[in-house]
Design a protein around this ligand. Structure first.
Ligand SMILES: *Cc1c(COP(=O)(O)O)cnc(C)c1O
Length: 272
């Protein structure tokens, strides 16, 4: 299995721990590889995982190029489509075989639901994934499903408001001298921005800023502690604006073509 270095950490842990114990080899790849993924596909590659934009580092992947290379070798492609809420990027029209999202985030929308979805584009995958899900006992409660269905009814207005508020905050931060760079898919400095423009119909409410190296991780932490409107929190897509500091992000430095240093701050904006 191939997994981007920008993947959500628990997905990487699943690959590095449980799948490894099951003798499945997981190789991490540069999320910006695009068609170059071809070089990494082996005769026994069973799955290519994508996540676009990536967690924290926000690289937008050329999913159609990855799909073309994968399908030429008979390898299915799965996408973590949580950022796009399943709607700002149409996974199936871009050739993805399996689209997964944390309904916990935008679909739930109120920080009171822990739920995920796996959607597939064809009957054969449905049977295979559906049977596996049932055999593993991953059933969900009707109450949780009703919260997800309720959330769907306001998803469009919430996403619209989230996009607008987030663009305003990001544009303000982009002009600040304390900020070294901004990673928001709708801004040109974001790795893969041109792909976002081509493939996405909008942006959501999570983005990162990298502070100037003149600020220490301690300073960034005390900045986060001093914020009045933003709480500290891991999840997002709910009714609270959040910020989260990532003091040392080795993979940011390893991944960037232009080496980056400095603390990263991830903003998760509320819809109003
Ligand atoms: C939050 C998140 C998940 C999983 O979220 P849960 O809180 O376990 O529902 C998966 N992928 C991405 C990219 C996420 O941000």
């Amino acid at each position: 299995m191939l997994l981007p270095t920008s993947a959500y950490s628990p997905n990487k842990e699943l690959g590095g721990e449980i799948l490894k114990r099951l003798n499945i080899q997981v190789e991490q790849y540069d999320p910006l590889l695009g068609a170059g993924i071809e070089q990494l596909i082996r005769p026994d590659t069973a799955l290519i995982w994508c996540e676009s934009p990536g967690s924290i580092t926000m690289e937008i992947q050329d999913v159609p190029a990855i799909v073309t290379a994968a399908h030429a070798r008979g390898v299915p492609v799965a996408l973590d489509n949580t950022y796009a809420a399943g709607v700002l990027f149409d996974a199936f029209s871009h050739g993805v075989d399996v689209s997964m999202q944390a309904l916990t985030k935008y679909v739930g929308g109120h920080s009171d639901l822990l739920l995920g979805s796996v959607s597939v584009g064809d009957e054969a995958t449905y049977t295979r994934v559906g049977d596996t899900q049932r055999q593993l006992g991953m059933a969900v409660s009707p109450d949780d499903c009703s919260l997800a269905l309720r959330g769907l009814q306001t998803l469009a207005v919430r996403l619209d408001a989230l996009q607008r508020s987030t663009l305003a905050v990001a544009a303000w931060l982009a002009e600040r001298p304390e900020i070294r760079s901004l990673r928001h898919p709708a801004f040109p400095g974001c790795p893969g921005h041109a792909v976002w423009e081509r493939d996405f119909t909008g942006s959501a409410s999570v983005f990162s800023v990298i502070f100037s190296p003149r600020y220490s991780p301690e300073q960034v932490n005390s900045f986060v502690d001093s914020l009045q409107l933003f709480r500290i929190g891991w999840s997002w897509g709910g009714v609270t604006s959040l910020a989260m500091a990532y003091p040392s992000l080795r993979r940011l430095e390893e991944n960037s073509r232009a080496a980056l240093s400095g603390s990263t701050l991830v903003w998760r904006i509320l819809p109003t």
